[in-house]
Design a protein around this ligand. Structure first.
Ligand code: SAT
Ligand code: MN
Length: 585
């Protein structure tokens, strides 16, 4: 549909209304074309918002330095604005729609004077898929437009999907004055609206991502019978050429991108991992009784630090063209640099705030510095990543970052027990959100910051989706982050995680030896392939054992967490809790 037609329907009416409120100098309807992208990027280069990187080593790559107080998601300024507080639940910040109108609407008054207003239609999901959804983000940030162009199918494609309808998520974003005191990320799931003001950072400002594809979509999915999850999707190909798809939930900055792009170790000839997505999965029960997943995104907004030819060669190969880097350091010859890139910091390195680095000083790249890269440039991108029907999921993995307690891997006894395992997840906090780093917090299904409604109802929804599946995926829990008493990682991680995926696949196929424990089924020592690995003495024992005393403490913590939900906690989950407590006795 041409933009001129869209301008006359419900979308045009909304844009007019926003213009009256925000008073922009100019309105730009984005088409999503390459020329438009070049023009927007060119203008940002002229204003200094983007810095071109070395044109030989990194053609069409740019560096953006954000405001130093705007570098991560801000959970304290993120709210769910349902009419009833109970519907947001105890784990979300809640603001009534009336209070939002009173406190936040006024911040938009005239906020775009002297700025351009961009209308950014976007499609979440493959073109032609009945699972895909349209959103429109209005923003005054050209950086957001350029990132949305990489992260979504933007412009005409989205308008074509929308037709003359009004079924789209309305996202209104303004940088405002970037003052954290006047920063709000509000979600109105009842009428599919998002208001974001005061931040230009990824998860706060690229509204298709966490705001739409998780918080609003989780609400819509509950009404319509599907799941919107904070999960990567990968295809695991065995030497016979058979591919099984796995969805895996980890909190932000816990290695989802690395796992999604895993390169098998040399000891595993014939194995291959295909990347379908690295952050979000929309999963629907299919008519065949299996669970089918699409990746709603079209790019990767990944954490740069720690990414190297060793940890993620596929990512490195896609990071040398057409990438927007945010808050990384830059070498004197214009190449991006970050801690863990596996190259010594060269003299003359400039840090993420544009200051000359002195060795041994603070981090040069911000710990939450990011790359925005098109999925098309990923060497391991799956041939099925844009399949309109999605890919069938054989296993679901929940993973936390836990120095202690959680073993390397275990399998749940059933779907309901798997939901309990996901609901009981905990993980150490990372730099992806502002606040303390390394503190263990409960993070059910890695959705704590992203579930758009009461998590008690969310678990109930998971249980009901499972009940509709004739072939439910098996559910597992993993932990790559166990450490020894002296703080060293016990498991090598990265490509070696294939060993765990291999056991998971054997379980999917009905073989794979297990040892039963109170928390679930662990691999036997023989069932986990550690050929060619040289684990530290005692490491495997620690990785594959269950410490009852530590789990009893965990149980208490889980209880406190679940108690907040009162009668919104599904009975089946309470029963799983009781059964677990009994097994631990
Ligand atoms: O900044 S994002 O929210 O997009 C990434 C993340 O924290 O998972
Ligand atoms: Mn994420």
């Amino acid at each position: 549909m041409p933009a001129t037609m869209a301008q006359q329907g419900p979308l045009g009416d909304w844009v007019d209304e926003v213009c009256r409120l925000t008073q922009p100098d100019k309105v730009v309807w984005c088409t999503g074309s390459e020329e438009e992208y070049q023009a927007i990027v060119g203008e940002m280069v002229r204003t200094g918002t983007l810095i071109p990187l070395n044109a030989d080593s990194h053609p069409a790559c740019y560096l953006h330095r954000s405001h130093h107080s705007d570098v991560a998601r801000t959970e304290q300024s993120t709210f769910i604005c349902t009419s009833r507080k109970e519907d947001a639940g105890p784990t979300n910040n809640w603001m009534s729609p009336a209070e939002a109108q009173e406190r936040v609407a006024k911040l938009y008054q005239g906020c775009m004077r002297g700025r351009k207003l961009y209308v950014v239609p976007y499609l979440m999901g493959p073109v032609g898929s009945s699972y895909s959804r349209v959103g429109v983000e209005i923003t005054d940030s050209p950086y957001v437009v350029a990132n949305m162009r990489i992260m979504t199918r933007m412009g005409k494609t989205a308008l074509d999907h929308l037709g003359s309808g009004a079924d789209f998520v309305k996202g209104l974003h303004s940088l405002g004055d970037l003052n954290p005191e006047r920063r709000f990320i509000l979600h109105f799931p009842e009428d599919h609206r998002i208001w974001s003001i005061g931040s230009g950072y990824g998860g706060n400002a690229l509204l298709g991502k966490k705001c739409h594809a998780l918080r609003i979509a989780s609400w819509v999915g509950r009404q319509e019978g599907w799941l919107a999850e904070h999960m990567l999707i990968l295809g695991l190909q065995d030497p016979a050429g058979e591919v099984h798809y796995i969805a895996a939930a980890f909190p932000s900055a816990c290695g989802k991108t690395n796992l999604a792009m895993l390169v098998p170790p040399a000891a595993f000839p014939g194995w291959k991992v295909w990347t379908v997505g690295d952050d979000i999965a929309w999963m629907h029960p299919g008519s065949d009784g299996r669970l089918w997943a699409i990746n709603p995104e079209a790019g990767f907004f990944g954490v740069a630090p720690g990414t190297s030819p060793k940890t993620n060669p596929n990512a490195m190969a896609m990071l040398n063209r057409g990438v927007i880097f945010t808050n990384v350091a830059v070498t004197p010859d214009g190449r991006p640099w970050w801690e863990g890139i596996d190259e010594p910091a060269p003299p003359g390195l400039v840090d993420w705030q544009g200051r000359l680095c002195s060795p041994g000083r603070e981090k040069s790249a911000h710990p939450n510095s990011r790359f925005t890269a098109s999925a098309r440039n990923c060497p391991s991108i799956s041939p099925s990543w844009e399949d309109p029907k999605g890919v069938p999921i054989s296993a679901i993995i929940f993973g936390g970052r836990r120095a202690r307690v959680a073993p390397l891997v275990y399998e749940s006894f059933s779907w309901a027990h798997g939901v309990f395992v996901g609901a009981g997840m905990a993980s150490e906090t990372t730099a992806a959100a502002t606040g303390a780093v390394g503190v263990v917090r409960r993070d059910p299904m890695a959705m704590l910051p992203f579930c758009g409604y009461n998590m008690g109802d969310y678990w109930g929804h998971w249980l009901s989706v499972g009940a509709r599946l004739k072939q439910p995926p098996k559910i597992f829990h993993v932990n790559w982050f166990r450490t020894s008493a002296d703080g060293k990682y016990l498991w090598p991680g990265y490509g070696e995680n294939l060993r765990v995926l291999q056991w998971i696949l054997s379980r999917v196929k009905g073989s794979g030896k297990t040892a039963e424990s109170p928390i679930g089924l662990l691999p036997t020592r023989e069932a986990l392939n550690v050929d060619g690995l040289k684990p530290a003495p005692g490491a495997l024992d620690a990785l594959l054992s269950v410490d009852r005393v530590a789990w009893q403490q965990e149980l208490k913590d889980q209880r406190k967490f679940f108690d907040q939900f009162g009668d919104r906690l599904p009975r089946a989950l309470a029963k799983e809790y009781e059964a677990f407590a009994a097994r631990l006795q």
